[in-house]
Design a protein around this ligand. Structure first.
Ligand SMILES: [Zn+2]
Length: 471
């Protein structure tokens, strides 16, 4: 089966063949760092993380570049409200973003490139656009002339007359209402840099093309971002880059991710359903979240609701239990068991094939996930019947590969709990036992609830109270 990806540019699934045989350059639009990262960011960046992991698993040498928009109107606005320096504000939220990504086990990016650190490259690109007649100057402002670039609108599938309906940045001095900003002149007391056109700062779109040209040159393999960025942002990127370098296409495959709804509604601050990554991580760990996102195709909208997340938790448990039961069996068992069930051996291979086929079909993670779950169930059943150690090893290896691609960690390590936490939980349980002896059920229940919110479940039996961590 050929490896195919959906290309927004053609609207079809195309065979994936990088520009340079085995090397893949991927760029993904990073966040504008003016606020806490939310569930929409988690969705987008986890999708590309899985894509990156899978490309590497398939043997491609991938360079994954992400920009960080730390110069932008929203940042400046927010900094003004808080009376702090805009670059200070963006630096803090940038750090927080990286911490969030780390908490989600999103480790596949090779380089985060900050816009503020690439201003000379942006000025240089604008200068060349001016020289080539693709841009014009109105006092200290520079605009891109879309009438000089007939391909404008191709990615979003819009005709020139439809484009006219969008008045992106109203400015009566523009030749065409759709012309977009490359450089904005600013007062000296505002955030800015020196340029041949005076004090000012770059427009949003030029940030990305200056960064990608710096690291990748005029053309590269994959450009990602959420679907809402197709127009005008990605359309503008194509226009700028192809106009300046003369090389087409800028990007071979445009891959876009779908939106996140919260309980059926679009997420927005005004609706009060805005969920930050930090808030979610208090309720669900990164494994559960990653399974939750993998259960929808990256292009489809996904609904963030308790039921879907509980399902994800259940699915994660199924996989994790099978893995750990198999791993324990392997640790205990040194001799070969009798069960060399050839059907089961066939099952291993067929599950592997199905998993790869699903991922090769435009990263179809929901199908790949269902293969993982069905395999986990088979593995658990197999391990219970006098299994052969080599077959268990083979199964564990395969499940390990699947989990690595999905970025989930199923390994339960015996020493996972720090000793201090263990002692502390033991102490709390002793206090609860004393409360129960005093018939103080209220206190006992309170302790149980508190432990449960810390994802520690307890079980009372005639031999005493046992506790364990739940995922
Ligand atoms: Zn971008």
């Amino acid at each position: 089966m050929v490896f195919r990806v959906m290309n927004t540019m053609s609207g079809t699934e195309e065979e994936f063949r990088p520009i340079h045989e085995n090397r893949v350059n991927m760029f993904v639009c990073g966040p504008t760092v003016y606020d806490h990262a939310h569930i929409g960011h988690a969705r987008t960046y986890l999708a590309y993380d899985v894509i990156a992991r899978y490309l590497r698993y398939k043997g491609f040498s991938l360079f994954y570049l992400m920009n960080i928009t730390d110069v932008d109107d929203k940042i400046i606005e927010r900094a003004k409200q808080r009376k702090i320096n805009p670059l200070e504000l963006s630096k803090n939220f940038n750090k927080e973003f990286l911490d969030d990504m780390f908490s989600l086990n999103m480790l596949s990016t090779n380089l985060f490139a900050r816009a503020s650190e690439h201003i000379p490259e942006m000025i240089d690109q604008i200068q060349r656009l001016l020289e080539k007649g693709y841009a014009y100057r109105v006092n200290g402002d520079i605009y891109f002339t879309i009438s000089e670039f007939p391909d404008y609108g191709r990615l979003s599938g819009q005709k020139p007359e439809e484009l006219k309906k969008h008045r992106i940045e109203p400015d009566p001095r523009k030749k065409d209402p759709s012309d977009f900003s490359l450089w904005k002149s600013r007062n000296k007391d505002e955030l800015g840099w020196n340029s041949p056109w005076g004090w000012g700062r770059p427009g949003w779109h030029i940030e990305d093309t200056a960064i990608t040209e710096t690291y990748f040159g005029p053309q590269y393999d994959i450009h990602g971002g959420s679907l809402e960025l197709v127009f005008p942002h990605h359309e503008a990127e194509i226009a700028q880059a192809e106009a300046v370098t003369g090389k087409k296409p800028l990007v071979k495959y445009w891959i876009h991710t779908g939106m996140v709804n919260v309980k059926g509604q679009k997420m927005s601050k005004s609706l009060g359903n805005f969920v930050t990554i930090k808030e979610i991580l208090q309720k669900y760990n990164s494994n559960v979240l990653r399974i939750f996102f993998a259960s929808s195709h990256y292009r489809s909208p996904i609904d963030y609701n308790e039921k879907n997340l509980e399902n994800a938790r259940e699915n994660f448990r199924t996989i994790s239990n099978a893995y750990n039961i198999a791993k324990n069996a392997l640790d205990i068992k040194r001799s070969k068991g009798q069960n060399k069930d050839s059907n089961y051996l066939d099952d291993i291979q067929s599950h592997k094939n199905k998993f790869m086929e699903a991922m090769d079909d435009d990263f179809n993670t929901p199908v790949a996930l269902s293969v993982m779950i069905s395999f986990s169930k088979k593995l658990e059943a197999y391990v219970k019947e006098d299994p052969d150690v080599r077959i268990i090893s083979q199964s564990i290896q395969m499940l390990d590969d699947f989990c690595t691609i999905f970025g989930v960690n199923v390994r339960r390590v015996a020493v996972a709990e720090p000793k201090a936490l263990e002692d502390f939980v033991e102490l709390i349980i002793e206090l609860r036992d004393e409360a129960r002896k005093r018939n103080d059920w209220k206190a006992a229940d309170r302790i149980r609830e508190k432990l449960s919110s810390m994802r520690i479940s307890i079980e009372d039996s005639s031999e005493g109270t046992k506790w364990q961590r739940v995922e």
